[in-house]
Design a protein around this ligand. Structure first.
Ligand code: GAL
Length: 973
């Protein structure tokens, strides 16, 4: 039975745009016109349905004394009223656009305010809402102003005639679900509420109207041309340039251009008879020329991130300090671009991008991804004329609000809306209104409406083909030719969910090799984990399903480079290294370093270079490195000093580029780029006289400092320390990329591993043999129900104070799946909680996420070695470890030297416990410390959404041999 459409849909189910608002216009943070923030504590009442309560609450005399209060801006579900809910693409309600469920949480808000005593008379006033999710009806002093839709865009209502000096009553009814929800199916929490600022703006007689600042830059002449369109007889002054021009009048003058690297802004003012608006003008010109996107005549390379607005306590109600913190972190990590996924951000964020210097893709608030689940996107609003006015309304409100930001270099129509007439209409409107910025939309592979070829999660091989302009042709030759001539970006890549993403370096190499590949935007900036506590008060971050949602997508909402509390994850540290804008390279042992300026605009004069010659026990010598102020793209080769190296053993140079002076985003000395170059290779240790094994009392064997069980050949004690293991270990708690939830069945490593039983390997002792200097234990390590195995021979030898283990592994059978890891696991007393190691650090690294790991001597507690992924999983390995030392408070402990260097992991829980935990409080320290000493680790990849690991990072079951030497140093060394 089909439901008959009533003649008039209620406003919240009407696909039309909102009503009653003033025409959209440029947003500016301040002017000399009076304004009054209406943020604060508002009265609040929640109803279970849109019409559960009548509209009498909007009357000024309504008695709301018994109502609760709620901060504005806020989402009521984060303040104890209802709960957040997370889905990726699924609509959490039946898909029957434009209808929404009868169960439609509806928040009534009331705020009473007086005008300040000096509020000017005359003129008008505009009441501005910067964002309400998802639809609202608004009244002031009992008069209905209109209906708000388009959650992450502003609307202004003319209210001058309704204002009173005192006791103004603003009433807003917000519905969680509306027809607009069909357009806002972004992958994030569903969070209703008035979540951005509410402001009353005085509009004096002859106030500034809308204005459009055109500030172009001609890189051939060095001249900027300023022209400001404005409806009013306004004047624009730029004192620093001596400019004083009328609206509509162009002026050209020599300027310093704006770029993300050199964000030069000119203070200016737009003045009408009634208002003075401070402006900040950045001169720059964007063109697509010869298939390349250029700013000010040069190709730019996006080192970008996708940023959702998120705060672990406040959701999308993000304050200015948090916005700034995000941008400082981005700049400090060499990030130069933001895609505002998938909606225009709080407008103040864009002002900060102008100021600090970031390229911005401003994306419209539009996603209808849930329709992908229906055959051929059936019913998609993006291809349904009833919705086109709403789409155009969103396009216009974005462009009009944000058009004056130099940082914005690309408009994006939205995300994952399939294809359709509505999108075409948006593109046409935007192109007509602002022909000077290219248009982006990823969802239409034909690029019919766009200027840039954009993809998400394409693998390296395909990206390389695209880089060569050799991609698979489109069916339509004309469209194919047009697309092939376009620049290319990865608007999303390197899915940063949990441990990872892997493979960043290889992408970057492609971007730096092929002119067409203009970089990408990592998905995504921050984990959207919501701050919660378990009963005993232990904090943790919640994800989908934690609030009892009947449909949800689990921890897929935690896929950022920052943890929810904005601590950088290892993925961000890796990304910073991979995208550093200065390349420092050299052949091992050559003593020559090549330095290349990878900036697009800046020369190297803002950086200071230094070298250090380092050995295992510290810096031997260091000094400044005189690097000429290379222009972008230029290289130079320099000889590094080779000081006398008296310490013996391995040595290397570390070359660093740091900020020479304070900037707006980091202090002088902040490291921008670095590299280590081998100077002297490590020498193998000198052989020592062997100690012979002997039988001790109580069925034990004694070999050097070790005591073994004579029957099983297992190590029991090392000097005074009780030891469990070591024995072969191949299991790791699957990472989100191992789980690869979105990969096709059969391509999900963790499932294959579990199916084979790599998490439940059995160890059969096949022989314990004492011969000559060695104790040899032969085992067969295999899962039940399979005849695949890893034959493992442990060969123990010793000197008086050192015990050496050589592990030989030989696979049996036809292994079709890679191993998670290959090494040994051993348990140590929990008192050995302090780690020191010599090798890669300070943070974790895996085979395809190790660019940022640098050789040195490090110390950390075992607790600090853990990386607190929101969903616990494999973490914390240190790469290239030459030796590791676990010590107790008295300094005594066990040292392990590896041959070759190994991966080192230490935890207070087992891999099985790590695997079983769903949230961080599930990790409870046990009595032992569990060490993994790995010869190999499978790479990480990015298959949680995107490609798996590159073939070279697969850990195939293959014959392997590796050694460790165990000792108990007595000097605390
Ligand atoms: C993309 C989408 C993002 C996010 C990501 C996976 O398809 O545009 O919003 O869902 O996948 O985390």
């Amino acid at each position: 039975m089909t439901r008959e459409q009533p003649l008039a849909l209620p406003y919240y189910e009407d696909p039309a745009p909102g009503t009653g608002a003033l025409p959209p216009r440029a947003w500016y943070p301040a002017s000399d016109a009076a304004r009054l923030s209406l943020n604060g504590r508002w009265g609040f009442r929640l109803a279970p349905a849109a019409q559960a309560e009548d509209e009498s609450f909007a009357r000024p005399d309504f008695d709301a004394a018994h109502w609760e209060t709620l901060p504005v801006p806020a989402h009521w579900v984060l303040h104890g009223h209802g709960a957040p809910a997370y889905t990726n693409t699924l609509y959490p309600f039946p898909v029957e656009p434009p209808y929404v469920p009868t169960e439609n949480p509806t928040g009534d808000h009331r705020f009473t305010f007086d005008l300040p005593g000096d509020w000017p008379g005359g003129g008008d006033a505009a009441l501005r809402f910067d964002g309400i999710e998802s639809a609202a009806k608004i009244w002031l002093n009992g008069e209905e102003l209109g209906v708000f839709k388009g959650s992450r865009l502003p609307a202004e209502y003319s209210v001058g005639h309704l204002l009173r000096p005192e006791g103004n009553v603003l009433a807003v009814r917000v519905h969680q679900w509306s027809a607009a929800s069909y357009l806002e199916d972004q992958d994030q929490w569903w969070l209703p509420g008035i979540f951005r600022d509410v402001t009353l703006l005085h509009r004096p007689e002859e106030a500034a109207g809308d204005f459009f600042v055109h500030a172009d830059y001609d890189h051939r002449t060095g001249e900027g041309t300023l022209l400001v369109d404005s409806n009013h007889g306004s004047r624009i002054t730029v004192p620093e340039l001596g400019l004083d021009i009328a609206a509509g009048e162009a002026a050209s003058i020599a300027v310093e251009p704006w770029t993300a690297e050199t964000p030069r802004l000119y203070e200016a003012e737009l003045a009408t008879a009634g208002e003075r608006v401070p402006l900040r003008i950045g001169f720059r010109t964007i063109v697509i020329e010869d298939g390349v996107l250029k700013v000010n005549g040069r190709r730019i390379l996006f080192r970008g991130v996708n940023r959702h607005e998120f705060h672990p306590e406040h959701g999308r109600a993000v304050d200015l300090a948090t916005m700034r913190a995000d941008l400082l972190l981005m700049k400090q990590h060499n990030i130069n671009a933001v895609r505002t996924s998938h909606y225009p951000p709080h407008p103040a964020f864009l002002g900060l991008c102008d100021e600090l210097g970031l390229w911005v893709i401003d994306e419209c608030d539009l996603e209808t991804h849930g329709f992908v689940k229906l055959e051929d996107w059936r019913g998609n609003p993006a291809d349904d004329d009833r919705w086109t006015p709403a789409l155009l309304d969103r396009a216009a409100r974005m462009v009009e609000r944000d058009k004056n930001h130099p940082a914005i270099v690309i408009w994006s129509l939205g995300n994952e809306c399939g294809t359709g007439r509505g999108l075409t209409a948006m593109a046409q409107w935007i192109r007509a209104r602002d022909p000077h910025r290219p248009i982006h939309y990823e969802g239409d592979r034909t690029c019919a409406d766009t200027d840039i070829y954009s993809r998400m999660y394409a693998d390296h091989a395909e990206v390389e083909l695209i880089g060569r302009r050799e991609e698979t042709p489109l069916e339509d030759p004309a469209l194919d030719a047009k697309r092939r001539a376009m620049p290319f970006i990865l608007c999303e890549y390197a899915h940063a969910m949990g441990n990872g993403p892997g493979g960043l370096s290889e992408y970057q190499r492609l971007f730096e090799t092929h002119e067409r590949l203009q970089g990408g935007f990592v998905w995504e900036w921050i984990d959207h984990g919501i701050a919660q506590r378990i009963a005993d008060g232990t904090p943790y971050f919640a994800y989908g399903g934690d609030f009892g949602e009947e449909l949800h997508d689990g921890n897929f909402v935690c896929d950022g480079l920052l943890f929810p509390d904005r601590t950088p994850s290892p993925g961000l540290i890796e990304y910073k290294k991979v995208i550093e804008p200065v390349r420092i390279e050299g052949d091992p042992g050559s003593g020559t370093v090549r330095i290349t300026n990878g900036h697009d605009f800046a020369d190297l004069s803002h950086l200071a270079f230094g070298w250090a010659y380092e050995a295992e026990d510290g810096t031997v010598a260091e000094g400044a490195l005189a690097v000429p102020p290379l222009a972008p793209g230029e290289s130079t080769e320099l000889k590094l000093p080779s000081p006398a190296h008296t310490h013996g053993g391995e040595a290397w140079w570390t070359v660093r580029a740091v900020l020479a002076a304070d900037t707006a985003w980091a202090a002088a000395g902040h490291e921008v780029a670095w590299a280590q170059l081998a100077a002297v290779r490590p020498e193998p240790p000198a052989p020592q006289p062997p100690a012979a094994p002997r039988r001790g009392e109580g069925g034990v064997l004694v070999l050097g400092p070790g005591t073994f069980d004579a029957a099983t050949g297992e190590l029991r004690h090392l000097r005074g320390f009780q030891v469990t293991g070591p024995r072969l270990d191949v299991w790791r708690a699957p990472t989100d990329n191992d789980v690869a939830a979105l990969s096709p069945a059969g391509r999900q490593p963790a499932l294959l591993w579990r199916k084979l039983g790599l998490h439940r390997m059995r160890h059969r002792i096949a022989g314990v043999e004492m011969s000559g200097d060695a104790l040899t234990v032969t085992t067969r390590v295999a899962p039940a129900a399979s005849d695949l195995a890893l034959r493992t021979v442990y060969r123990w030898t010793a000197t008086d104070d050192r015990l050496r283990l050589t592990v030989d592994v030989t696979p049996e059978g036809d292994w079709k799946v890679p191993l998670p890891r290959l090494g040994v696991r051993l348990g140590l007393p929990g008192s050995l909680g302090d780690a020191a190691w010599y090798g890669g650090g300070p943070g974790e690294a895996y085979p395809d996420t190790r660019a940022a790991s640098r050789i040195g001597r490090y110390t950390a507690t075992v607790d600090a070695l853990q990386t607190p992924y929101v969903r616990p999983q494999e973490n914390g390995a240190r790469a290239d470890v030459r030796w590791a030392h676990l010590r107790g408070e008295d300094g005594a402990g066990i040292r392990i030297d590896g041959e070759p260097a190994f991966w080192f992991t230490a935890r207070r829980w087992t891999t099985e416990q790590l695997d079983a935990a769903g949230h961080t409080p599930g990790l409870v320290p046990g009595e032992r410390i569990w060490l993994n000493l790995d010869h190999g680790q499978q790479g990480i990849g990015s298959a949680s959404c995107g490609p798996g690991i590159l073939p070279r990072y697969r850990l195939d079951a293959a014959p392997a041999s590796f050694s460790f030497t165990f000792s108990v140093p007595d000097n605390g060394q």
